[in-house]
Design a protein around this ligand. Structure first.
Ligand code: FAD
Ligand code: 2MC
Length: 395
């Protein structure tokens, strides 16, 4: 497939609209990568529930392992807007794999921004290159939306923390080497201020995984529960200060929310491109489906939803780049608006395929299954409403 480009005709869904030449260049690089390495395999990865490590390493060579990390870290030193443009393109090739790349990037940024020099010297290169994969571990069986109520504890014992507890729904678990785990100091301080962040590695004694979860989508990446039973972690593996783990986790998630929303944009874009092609070819009642005004108007509505989603996502990325006061609410608005609307876009595009849209021979159903969870994870869209309303009502 290609980014639709018609020399003598406008196409108001072209993802390069509004971007400068530097962003268009990186967009083309990500587009070609997704088209070549991802799209031909996305159905297979979904069916076989396979995380394509070889493709991730190639993504590392392209600089997609640490997109908005510093060059000292081995990162690409690009902006959040660049990252959004990249994730949108990658997700056209496979939403689930692109979304995993986004989580890995969130962890890389947390280490680059808050980690000690020693910790970075030890881990940065392997992370930026995708030689070793990262997982972000906040959610617990009893602490989802109320993330500040986590109960996994860390007790200091000499040069180690002894960690006990469990984490639920961890993306990449079992395949990742490095786990960015939010834990509570065992001194009893409740709420957000009792939390700090620890880098825990696969293979550390007392760290184990439960079975792989069976999911509706996001099948190219494994999801598992993690358990820590007297797991000894060197105190030098702490990222950031005591009491700031929740802030670090949330700061990472602001970018994560923009990236996940960008992944919804890619799915919506590809679904629209496919639906437009289909409407022009498929005939019923002696005419192509594109002749029926219902379909024409529906396309126009869906295109408008996709465009407003793209605008709000790119605007939130700019707020992150500028570090504005409103960035938390802007990222929340972007995730709420884009993940809800892009789901409707993909669903509407699927409808235009009739029964074929429901067949696994066609990719639209996979885009639909894969982006459904974007309304749930990285903070449910109800929590996004909470963040936006707090910004509005608190002075
Ligand atoms: P709950 O918090 O129990 O919420 C259930 C419902 O109640 C939701 O609709 C919610 O919005 C609503 N609700 C809750 N409280 C309120 C309220 N105050 N007002 C109104 N409505 C409310 N987590 C990680 O840490 N790392 C990962 O890598 C990760 N990957 C994931 C991958 C997948 C495929 C999935 C499904 C989840 C993943 N998660 C991960 C967890 C995800 O972030 C949580 O599922 C999500 O935050 C919601 O938590 P919960 O499932 O416990 O739902
Ligand atoms: N950015 C920066 N800081 C933030 C923030 C954000 N998005 N959200 C909260 N904070 C700060 C907040 O400013 C406060 O800082 P301080 O005390 O230093 O002033 C601190 O964090 C505590 O915040 P609150 O007092 O708002 O905490 P509360 O417990 O009331 O609720 C809530 C916070 C509901 C917004 C938070 O628990 C939340 O975001 N829940 C959703 C959980 C979530 O997103 N999980 C995703 C898991 S990862 C995932 O799904 C993947 C697929 C990887």
């Amino acid at each position: 497939y290609s980014i639709p480009k018609r020399s003598n005709h406008s196409y108001c869904l072209r993802p390069s609209i509004g971007l400068d030449s530097d962003l268009i260049e990186i967009q083309n690089v990500a587009h070609d990568f997704a088209k070549r390495e991802m799209y031909p395999n996305m159905a297979k990865w979904d069916e076989k529930q396979e995380l394509p490590l070889d493709v991730l390493r190639k993504a590392g060579e392209m600089g997609f392992g640490a997109i908005y990390c510093s060059s000292e870290f081995g990162g690409s030193d690009l902006s959040r807007l660049h990252a959004s443009v990249i994730f949108e393109q990658l997700s056209m090739g496979c939403v689930s794999t692109a979304a995993y790349i986004s989580i890995h990037n969130m962890c890389a940024w947390m280490l680059d921004t808050y980690g000690s020099d020693n910790l970075k010297a030890k881990h940065a290169e392997k992370i930026a290159s995708f030689e070793e994969l990262c997982s972000y571990c906040l959610t617990e069986p009893d602490a989802g939306s109320d993330a500040a109520s986590i109960r996994t504890t860390a007790r200091k014992q000499g040069d180690y923390y002894v960690v006990n507890g469990s984490k639920a729904f961890i993306s990449g678990a079992g395949t990742s080497k490095k786990y960015f785990v939010m834990v509570r100091k065992d001194d009893g301080q409740p709420g957000a201020k009792g939390i700090f962040c620890l880098l825990i590695e696969d293979g550390m004694e007392g760290f184990s995984f439960a079975k792989k979860e069976n999911k509706l989508g996001w099948n190219s990446q494994p999801t598992r529960i993690l358990s820590f039973e007297d797991c000894k972690v060197p105190i030098t593996n702490q990222i950031g200060e005591n009491g700031y783990g929740f802030n670090i986790a949330m700061a990472g998630l602001n970018g994560g929310r923009v990236n996940i929303a960008s992944c919804s944009l890619g799915a919506a874009q590809k679904s629209m491109d496919l639906a437009i092609e289909h409407l022009k070819i498929r005939k019923q009642f002696g005419k192509t489906l594109s002749n029926f005004q219902y379909n024409q108007f529906k396309l126009a509505e869906l295109a408008t939803k996709l465009h407003t989603s793209r605008l709000i996502v790119r605007d939130a990325a700019k707020h992150l780049d500028l570090g504005t006061e409103e960035k938390v609410a802007m990222c929340a608005m972007a995730k709420l608006h884009a993940t809800d609307n892009c789901f409707e876009v993909v669903n509407g595009a699927l409808q235009m395929f009739g029964g074929y849209g429901f067949l696994k021979d066609y990719p639209i159903q996979q885009y639909l299954r894969d982006i459904r969870v974007h309304q749930i994870l990285e903070g449910t869209n109800e929590m996004m409403r909470l963040l936006i309303s707090r910004d509005l009502l608190t002075n």
